[in-house]
Design a protein around this ligand. Structure first.
Ligand SMILES: CSC[C@@H](O)[C@@H](O)C(=O)COP(=O)(O)O
Length: 368
């Protein structure tokens, strides 16, 4: 099976389950998981069986619909209270990727609006509304990532060398991914790129996931260790850095996988532009700057043991394991969104991007 031909996350209507590719088994095995209850969905997100900001958001939205089906209350207040509780529970699975709370809030809001505006105000109606919204979030992810690819492609030329960090590829979304979308869309147009992917310690998303999916897509891919980026840049092999992100603050500071800020600092040294590729759902205008972004800290074993059959570090060693870091906006050449490319000063540029979004009803699918 070619990983590029299956959606990372989808709804199985018959089985009433969210189906995900288990990313902890890649690249060795392509296995699917059927998530049917709240604990399974929470654990899948927490354990990174589904990961990457957009994929987490889609999984949570589809998951909330699946869980809503299991709420039998016919009284709206009781139905709403149960749904809110389960939504808050899913939201507690990971703190940094804003797409998680964004998707859950969107689901909650759509139900409230539906209820207050009348219509078929019964359990069947509420489920219909949640079903439509969840599928909309899923479909939008595909359309939005495609548009990110089109805008991102305008920043590179045929033959360029691109360096990426972590996995912001199709495995981090439903299809195209964010940072990889310009590569995939460019390839459809007949272009070829040389892509370097950082292995991305500690969990090796670059080696296990990005290298795997780029290779499956037929991209000229070279895997490097995280500490090799300066070497490939110095040799002139890299024309641009493309990364995804988990949360962009209103001033353009960007939280992404740990190591991104180091990469951005190195790229600045070699005058190589760093582009963050992000759907507007990842831009959090309620967070003023990177200082206000909550950075997830994960367990020490991810550094001392995980993904290796033997322990690599001495027992009892002190470990610091933040999953993300914040890249200062001054190191970012542009933030590629589905409504255009934002540039510094970001606060102003984001206002234009959101005005454009507002102008088409906030709905990219309508605009197409
Ligand atoms: C399009 S995905 C953007 C980010 O979520 C991605 O770059 C990243 O840092 C993922 O981290 P992960 O811990 O694997 O979920």
């Amino acid at each position: 099976m070619n990983i590029m031909e299956v959606d990372t996350v989808r709804l199985d209507e018959k089985k009433k389950a969210v189906v995900i590719i288990d990313q902890t088994r890649l690249p060795g095995q392509i296995e699917f998981l059927e998530l049917k209850n709240a604990e399974e969905i929470w654990r899948a997100i927490y354990l990174l069986q589904v990961r990457g900001a957009p994929a987490i958001g889609v999984c949570a939205a589809l998951g909330l619909y699946v869980l809503a089906e299991q709420i039998k209350e016919e009284d709206y207040e009781a139905f709403w209270a149960r749904l809110k509780k389960v939504s808050d529970y899913l939201n507690s699975s990971r703190p940094t990727a804003v797409n998680l709370s964004w998707a859950l809030e969107r689901m909650e809001r759509c139900l409230e609006i539906y209820h207050f505006n009348g219509g078929e105000d019964d359990r069947a109606g509420w489920l219909f509304c949640l079903h439509e919204e969840a599928l909309k979030i899923y479909a939008e992810d595909i359309a939005v990532c495609r548009r990110l690819g089109e805008y991102g492609m305008s920043l590179i030329r045929d033959g360029d060398g691109i360096l990426t960090h972590c996995n912001a590829g199709k495995l981090a979304a439903v299809r195209y991914g964010t940072a990889t979308a310009p590569i995939y869309v460019g390839m459809e147009a007949g272009n070829h790129y040389r892509v370097f992917c950082d292995e991305t310690r500690p969990l090796l998303q670059g080696a296990r996931l990005t290298a795997f999916e780029l290779q499956a897509a037929g991209v000229d891919t070279t895997l490097i260790c995280d500490n090799m980026s300066a070497s490939v840049m110095k040799r002139g092999w890299v024309d641009a850095v493309f990364v995804g992100c988990d949360r962009v603050a209103a001033n353009g500071d960007t939280a992404n996988k740990i190591g991104t800020s180091v990469l951005a600092a190195v790229a600045r040294q070699y005058k190589i532009p760093v582009y963050v590729v992000a759907p507007t759902s990842t831009i959090d205008m309620r967070t003023a700057s990177g200082d206000d972004i909550v950075i997830e800290e994960r367990k020490p074993e991810e550094v001392t043991e995980m993904w290796y059959s033997e322990r690599m570090a001495p027992e009892g060693i002190k470990v610091y394991n933040p999953a993300f870091d914040v890249t200062d906006h001054s190191l970012i050449a542009g933030i590629v969104t589905e409504y255009g490319i934002a540039r510094a000063p970001y606060a102003e540029s984001f206002r234009d991007i959101f005005a454009r979004k507002e102008a088409c009803g906030g709905d990219l699918l309508v605009q197409n």
